[in-house]
Design a protein around this ligand. Structure first.
Ligand code: ZN
Length: 182
């Protein structure tokens, strides 16, 4: 068996075996050896698999993520403009709508995941921004009434997550505008 007294020379030799760059195996970030074993595999959400690996040559441990590579449909706004779906924007909008409300980050994350999964499963080239807003609103309704009203009132007016985030930030920073939200 291999001892733990591996030296620099070994690192160099295993790096050299990788002179051919073509490999379909995960290579070690330290010594670039393709020889590693999986120590642990963990499912993260529905779409992600994380693997903890150990390099058999230099013993470096590292993690890899396997996830779906998905072609998402374009989001069509009310004015006809198209843009790629941005889960991060949706997340921010939700976080703002749920500010100081009893909705946890995992719950928000779950909505983002559901919307993302639904969009990818739709198989459409384009999805209306309004439709996405409705999916989110339906999910929020189950969780918290205030967050739901905040999201619904602003989203249905603007139908644009960017404008929505801007407007909601503004409202939350200005207490005078608060009454509109409740
Ligand atoms: Zn290595």
């Amino acid at each position: 068996m291999k001892s733990s007294s591996k030296k620099e020379s070994d690192k160099i030799s295993c790096a050299n075996t990788l002179a051919k760059p073509k490999t379909d195996r995960m290579i070690c970030p330290n010594c670039k050896s393709p020889n590693n074993k999986v120590l642990e595999t963990r499912q993260q959400g529905e779409s992600e698999l994380r693997r903890r690996r150990e390099c058999l040559d230099c013993k470096q441990r590292f993690s890899t993520i396997e996830s779906w590579l998905i072609r998402m449909p374009y989001v069509v706004k009310k004015d006809g403009a198209r843009e790629p779906f941005d889960g991060q924007k949706l997340r921010r909008g939700l976080q703002l709508a749920c500010l100081k409300r009893p909705v946890s980050l995992p719950q928000i994350e779950s909505i983002v995941q559901k919307v993302t999964t639904r969009l990818s499963a739709a198989g459409e080239r384009e999805v209306k921004s309004l439709e996405i807003g409705h999916w989110v609103i339906r999910e929020l309704k189950e969780l918290d009434h205030v967050a739901y009203v905040r999201f619904a009132s602003v989203y249905s007016t603007f139908e644009d997550i960017n404008e929505f985030v801007r407007s909601l930030s503004h409202d939350l920073e200005n207490p005078s505008a608060k009454s509109e939200l409740q």
